[in-house]
Design a protein around this ligand. Sequence first.
Ligand SMILES: [Zn+2]
Ligand SMILES: [Zn+2]
Length: 266
Amino acid sequence: MQVGNLSVEPIIDGVARLAATDAYRTGGGGKGSGEQDWAPHRDLLDADGMLELALGGFLVRSGERVVVVDTGVGALERGAFSGGRFLASLAAHGVGPETVTDVVLTHLHFDHVGWTTRHGEIVFPNATYRCDISDWEHFVGPDPGATRKLRPIEHRLEPWRGSGPLLPGIDALAAPGHTPGSTIVVLSSGTSRAMLLGDVVHCPVELLDDEWAGIADVDPALALRTRQALVAELEGSETPVAAAHFPGLRFGRLLGASGRRSWVVD
Ligand SMILES: [Zn+2]
Ligand SMILES: [Zn+2]
């Protein structure tokens, strides 16, 4: 996909398949954990009622910059999560690890930092790694798994705080709640704009129903307010958006015709 002069490609690492009602059980009392909640949204599930979450990231080319936004889950099979294809998917776009200039992390959950390092070695040897400082402080140190994975990039880290410009055509938009430093990545060039939503939403249903729960939110109430603010901004805006786990990492739009929202895949 083109956003003005920027090119954006989904980079698939793997997939997670979860029973839809289980996925939303941690959601602080919102909808999604009952079979009946899904009745109007069966089109978002597969034939067996399973919720398919893509795993991976996005390749953004902006001028001289070769940017990876999120790095998938890594080469692992853990419960519903299965990854390992990230570097092959990048190679299919002609990008080797040494070509990547910047790694931008929407947040530091394990399924987004999988290919930051491997066996303690930095995967993208020439890249500057970037994330919100609030997530670094929340995960690195307190969380043993995140610490083991991320400590090796510390000397290559240029963190940001809150909203602001990151790179030419790439801005951070603070979207806290899922994690403290959860960020929406806004791509813009000329009059064109697109957004990478990270885990602010996991499934388009969360954009359609304000009473829906989130998944694995650190602060569910704040995450819901952040989602509602996003919905208000997107409704009828025609801005293409893709979240970190939407099927195939495809972009879509939130349309708001006659008070009834709908999700349309590009
Ligand atoms: Zn997450
Ligand atoms: Zn995630």
